[in-house]
Ligand binder design. Structure first.
Ligand code: SAH
Ligand code: SF4
Ligand code: F3S
Length: 492
């Protein structure tokens, strides 16, 4: 999924090779004032948006047990690292961090508790304790309710405590998360967990278990609370959101229906989602995009590869032609639809011709953003069991570089089309480079930077004229403050 895509499927194209969404910059939660039970927890999060959302749940579960949060490792009694297993590099990063925390425990803080959460915990289970000395708790993604007990147990016995049970039901529907995003403008809302797709390269079905959808009422209640708290944007999350499905009063609620109902909550709430598998992108969903203008004109639709034979080896269940057909239909139903994707370079047995098909597909589709990775073999996956990881590292790198080069050019071209257009953006706060500038995203998920103006705050909608661009950013000029309702009414 969209750092922290996988955590930020929604970030602009990265030019660095194999930058997983979110593994480049771990996320941490802000400190709380109190720690009623006298203990502070520092949570560091790697991986996708689902992991960010899970860390918010973990913070909430621990707060109910009296733990306070620490914003740094320095004044923490407990360090929890929420991990990603998607590529080997993601795991290497975590192991590096664990070595650092271990050093702290040995040298200066013998009673420090170190816990490993998330996908790496689930993948390695007890093996993690053998491979990583001085880890005290190992907790898989479906066992977070058990964390207070596991922490108490390890404190009491001095032994490591493990719960990696995967559930068919757990959706944490009743837990109100502590929000990461302190800007108070946009929030993630988890609507389902797990994945049943079994793509050949992917570890997620093993680390996250079976697919299950969260009840509609609890999703709507959480979104309504966010609206009341002044949030202006929600991104609903799942590994494959468009297979969301629950039965309610004898009838089925689909993902399209769920989005429709969320869109009725407030005319000022923008709605995004991530991430979607092409096989389940329905006409109903595309029509909801058209009918409900607060649902953003942007879909992250990972293709993974441009060649039908490779897609078959990857077990993606669609061909190049079917994917291109879907893009055509989506663009005919939803005008000006922006698209992003995930692409893997150097999958098992990939020939030069097959790789060339990925390049030509990228040209044909013209993605606004892309997340691009070198194939990394993951133990026990279908690909690891059936195919040899036979593309040499240098060749993978070379192919990835070609993919990135095309995407950077295409992203720039897509951005250039927006120069001269008036866009409505949701202000997120100061730009990364300067406090004198503000930034915000268009409905199509393009980041716009413009000079700060008095009276304009984060959480406001504004009209901006796009004056120029780079491959990652649009540069704008403020026109006036607006509301989403007004912008929709005038068809902006
Ligand atoms: N559920 C999401 C993907 C989650 S993982 C979806 O199907 O769209 C995010 C991305 O990581 C994937 O889309 C894929 O491009 C990449 N990825 C997954 N496994 C990988 C592997 N073994 N090597 C390299 N990239 C991988
Ligand atoms: Fe992995 Fe495929 Fe599931 Fe996405 S849909 S999480 S790539 S198995
Ligand atoms: Fe996400 Fe990484 Fe797990 S991408 S689902 S945190 S393996």
């Amino acid at each position: 999924m969209q750092p922290i895509t996988d955590l930020d499927v929604l970030q602009p194209t990265s030019s660095a090779p194999d930058v997983a969404e979110g593994i480049d910059a771990p996320k941490t939660l802000p400190a709380t004032v109190d720690a009623p039970n006298g203990k502070r927890v520092f949570i560091e999060t790697y991986g996708c948006q689902m992991n960010v959302s899970d860390s918010e749940l973990v913070a909430s579960i621990l707060a109910q047990d009296g733990y306070g949060l620490s914003a740094t490792e320095d004044d923490a009694d407990v360090i929890l690292i929420n991990t990603c297993a998607i590529r080997e590099k993601a795991e290497d990063r975590v192991r590096g961090r664990l070595a650092r925390f271990r050093g702290r425990k040995v040298k200066s803080q013998p009673d420090l508790t170190i816990g490993v959460l998330g996908c790496m915990a689930e993948r390695l289970r007890k093996k993690l304790l053998e491979e990583e000395a001085l880890v005290d708790v190992v907790v898989g993604p479906d066992a977070y309710r058990d964390l207070p007990r596991l922490l108490a147990e390890t404190e009491e016995t001095g032994q490591a405590a493990v719960n990696v049970h995967l559930s068919r039901e757990e959706t944490y529907a009743d837990i109100a998360p502590v929000r990461y995003d302190t800007n108070g403008v946009s929030a993630f809302v988890s609507i389902m967990r797990g994945c049943d797709n079994m793509c050949a390269f992917c570890v997620v079905p093993f680390t996250r278990g079976r697919e299950r959808s969260r009840p509609v009422t609890s999703i709507l209640a959480e979104c309504a609370q966010l609206v009341d708290a002044g949030y202006k944007e929600v991104t609903v999350l799942g590994q494959n959101v468009n297979s969301y499905r629950v039965e309610e009063n004898g009838s089925v609620v689909s993902f399209a229906e769920l989005l429709y109902r969320i869109s009725l909550l407030s005319p000022e709430l923008r709605i995004r989602y991530s991430t979607s598998h092409p096989k389940d992108c329905s006409e109903e969903l595309l029509h909801v995009h058209l009918e409900r203008p607060t649902i953003c004109n942007f879909i992250h639709l990972p293709v993974q590869h441009g060649n039908t034979e490779v897609l078959r080896r990857m077990r993606r269940t669609y061909s190049r032609e079917q994917y291109l057909d879907l893009i055509g239909r989506a663009r005919s139903i939803v005008p000006d639809l922006a698209l992003s994707t995930d692409i893997i370079a150097g999958f098992c047995h990939e020939t030069e011709e097959e790789h060339a098909d990925t390049l030509s597909l990228m040209e044909a589709v013209g993605y606004d953003h892309a997340f691009m990775f070198m194939y990394s073999e993951r133990p026990n996956t279908f690909a690891a069991r059936k195919f040899e990881d036979d593309i040499p590292e240098e060749l993978k790198q070379h192919r990835l570089a070609e993919i990135i080069e095309i995407q950077n050019r295409v992203s720039r071209e897509r951005n250039e089309r927006r120069v001269g257009i008036r866009e409505v953006i949701l202000v997120e706060g100061p730009s990364r480079r300067s406090d004198e500038q503000l930034c915000g995203r268009t409905d199509s998920n393009h980041m716009v930077v413009f000079d700060r103006v008095d009276g304009l705050e984060k959480g406001d909608y504004a009209e901006v004229d796009i004056m120029s661009c780079t491959s990652a950013t649009l540069l704008g000029e403020f026109v006036r403050k607006t509301t989403l309702e007004e912008a929709v009414a005038v068809g902006a």
